[in-house]
Ligand binder design. Structure first.
Ligand SMILES: [Zn+2]
Length: 176
């Protein structure tokens, strides 16, 4: 660690770089910007606050952030499941999202890690649980019949032929 101490900062040319552990530092990790654990000492300039990172330091932070990220995913999962199961039984949600029976209880109890993909589905569903489950049910029914090619999912199509003929990109630019 000797090379991290008593080193002049190349950013400001004034301060010295020393390992500093403090709260309030953030880093983007996959889908979220989260706080770097306060216990992690990062070589930091005592004048301008610039952080100096070598590959080993970056790896250490990345490893710690993976733990922070997983905890954030779990917290989010618990909040979403509370909201969703207030409106529908867990088994119905599992069936319509395509999860095996009991999977959500397993994730809820910490026996399995929730993925960002699962949280994306649950997050969208939580906005309108009853309507969302109805849409999913319709989706699978249509898929059974091979009827999806004829259907439009999403907002209703434009009313006039002129509007339908316009390219979405041009309409978007005009609106902005
Ligand atoms: Zn500096």
């Amino acid at each position: 660690m000797k090379n991290n101490i008593d080193r002049r900062c190349r950013e400001c040319g004034i301060g010295k770089i020393a390992p500093l552990a403090r709260a309030g530092r953030k880093a983007q990790h996959r889908t979220m910007e989260l706080e770097i654990p306060a216990t992690i000492a990062i070589p930091t300039c005592d004048n301008c606050g610039a952080e100096w990172m070598d590959r080993a330091m970056a790896r250490k932070i990345d490893h710690a952030m993976e733990g922070v990220y997983r905890q954030a995913l779990r917290n989010t999962l618990l909040a979403l499941l509370d909201q969703i199961t207030a409106h529908a039984p867990m088994r119905q949600v599992e069936r319509l999202i395509g999860l095996s029976e009991g999977y959500l209880s397993k994730v809820k109890s910490g026996r399995s890690e929730p993925s960002a993909e699962l949280l994306s589905s649950l997050g969208l569903l939580a906005r309108d649980v009853t309507g969302g489950l109805k849409d999913l049910d319709r989706l699978w029914t249509d898929a059974e019949k091979g009827a999806l090619h004829d259907k439009r999912y999403g907002p209703a199509p434009s009313k006039t032929h002129e509007e339908q003929g316009a390219t979405p990109a041009r309409k978007f630019r005009r609106a902005g």
